[in-house]
Design a protein around this ligand. Structure first.
Ligand code: SF4
Ligand code: SF4
Length: 366
C-alpha cells in the first residue's frame, strides 16, 4: 500500500515483518493492535505509532534489529511517524511547521511574553509599583486586574482547546472514526492514567547502559498529575472568585494554594526526572530532528512549575512583579503553543487506546 511519507512506508515494512514474527506481542499494545490488520493505511500506522511509548523493549529483544540486514527498529520508526502525525493533523495547516521549530518558538515566546507582561505592569501602574505591589492587599491584581487576566488567558485557553479539538478530530477521522462505548473509554482512561504499556512488558524502559528501569513512568506520572493539580487549583480559584466572592491571594493552607503547591512540586520533580531519563535513553531509538519539541515541552512545564512555586514562596517580597511576569509569560506561551507541540501526544495516545479497546471488544477480546 502506498504511503504519504518515507517514515510511514518504513513503518508499513516493519509492521509486515513483525506481523510474521510476533515475538513481541506481549510487550505492549502496539503488537496486538497490529495483529488485527493485514494491510495498513496511513491512519492505521498513525494509530499504532501513538500506542507506542518508545520503551525500547522490542528493539532490545529483536533478533532483526541493526546490524541485521532487516534493520528492524520499531521504536525509532514509530517515534518518527508519531511526531510527524502531530504536525500532519495540526490545525490550522499553516501552523504545521511550528512543530519542527517548537523549541525556538517556546524560547522566543517566553522571552517576548515576559517582557510584554513587565511592560504592561509598568504601563498600567506607576513604574515603582513593579517593586512594591507585594505591599498591596490585592498583590498581583494590583499589577494586572483580575478581569484583564481572565480575558487574556480565557481567549488563549479557548483557542488552544479549539485548535487541539480540530487536530484530534482529523486524527480520529483518519483512524476510521469508529464508534466508542463507555467501556472503551473506561479501558482507555485506565490505561492512560496508569501508563499501562510504558513498562516494556514489565522490565521497564531501556537505556544506553542496558539496564531497564521503571522511572520514566514515575516521572511521567509526577508531570501528568502535577499538571492536573495545577489545573484544578486554577479552576477552584476561579470558582472561589466568582461563586464565593473570595479573591486571591489565599492563605497557603486553603485548597487552591495546596493544590497549586502539590501540582507545582509535581511539575518540578517530573520534568527534571524526564530530562535526566532522556539523557540516558538508548541513542539508537531516539528521533533526530525533533529534539526541540521533545526538550522544549519538558522545559516549559518545568519553568511553569518553578515560577509558580517561586511566586508562592517569594510573593511577599519585591520580586513579586518580576516573578508574576515570568509565570504568566510561561503559562501564556504554554497555552498558545500547546496545539503545536508535544502536549498533543497525551490526547492522541488516549484516542489510540480508545480505538485499541474498541477493536479488541469487536473481536471478543475486550
Ligand atoms: S520487533 Fe523484531 S522480534 Fe519483535 S515482533 Fe518485530 S521482528 Fe519480531
Ligand atoms: S511501546 Fe515499547 S515494546 Fe511497544 S512498540 Fe513501542 S518501543 Fe516497542
Amino acid at each position: 500500500m502506498p504511503h504519504s511519507t518515507p517514515a510511514l512506508t518504513e513503518a508499513d515494512r516493519l509492521m509486515t515483518v513483525c506481523n510474521s514474527c510476533r515475538y513481541c506481542e506481549g510487550l505492549c499494545a502496539v503488537f496486538p493492535a497490529m495483529e488485527m490488520k493485514r494491510a495498513f493505511t496511513d491512519g492505521d500506522l498513525n494509530h499504532l505509532a501513538n500506542l507506542c511509548h518508545s520503551c525500547g523493549a522490542c528493539y532490545h529483544d529483536c533478533q532483526f534489529s541493526p546490524p541485521h540486514e532487516f534493520n528492524v527498529n520499531v521504536p525509532q520508526t514509530l517515534a518518527q511517524v508519531r511526531t510527524e502525525s502531530y504536525a500532519h493533523y495540526a490545525w490550522p495547516a499553516a501552523a504545521q511547521p511550528l512543530f519542527a521549530r517548537h523549541g525556538m518558538v517556546l524560547a522566543l515566546g517566553c522571552v517576548l511574553t515576559f517582557v510584554l507582561f513587565l511592560l504592561g505592569f509598568i504601563a498600567l501602574n506607576e513604574p515603582e509599583m513593579l517593586w512594591s505591589a507585594h505591599l498591596e492587599d490585592a498583590r498581583f491584581y494590583a499589577l494586572m486586574p483580575h478581569n484583564a487576566m481572565v480575558v487574556l488567558f480565557g481567549v488563549a485557553f479557548m483557542w488552544m482547546v479549539f485548535a487541539i479539538f480540530m487536530g484530534a478530530r482529523a486524527f480520529w477521522r483518519d483512524a476510521g472514526a469508529p464508534d466508542l462505548s463507555m467501556i472503551d473509554h473506561a479501558h482507555a482512561a485506565h490505561d492512560a492514567a496508569r501508563l499501562t504499556y510504558l513498562d516494556g512488558g514489565g522490565a521497564g524502559c531501556f537505556n544506553h547502559d542496558d539496564a531497564p528501569t521503571d522511572r520514566r513512568r514515575l516521572w511521567h506520572h509526577f508531570t501528568f498529575y502535577g499538571f492536573l493539580l495545577c489545573f484544578a487549583a486554577t479552576v477552584l480559584g476561579t470558582a472561589y472568585h466568582y461563586l464565593l466572592a473570595r479573591s486571591a491571594p489565599y492563605p497557603w493552607w486553603d485548597l487552591p494554594p495546596l493544590l497549586g503547591i502539590a501540582g507545582g512540586i509535581g511539575l518540578v520533580i517530573g520534568p527534571v526526572g524526564l530530562l535526566i531519563a532522556k539523557k540516558r535513553r538508548l541513542e539508537a531509538i531516539s528521533t533526530p530532528g525533533f529534539y526541540g519539541m521533545e526538550y522544549g515541552f519538558i522545559v516549559i512545564l518545568l519553568l511553569t512549575g518553578v515560577s509558580g512555586l517561586a511566586l508562592r514562596v517569594l510573593g511577599e517580597t519585591p520580586l513579586l512583579g518580576v516573578l508574576l511576569a515570568l509565570h504568566l509569560g510561561a503559562v501564556l506561551t504554554f497555552f498558545l503553543t500547546m496545539p503545536y507541540g508535544k502536549f498533543v501526544h497525551g490526547l492522541y495516545r488516549y484516542l489510540a487506546l480508545s480505538r485499541y479497546a474498541r477493536d479488541k471488544r469487536e473481536i471478543g477480546l475486550g
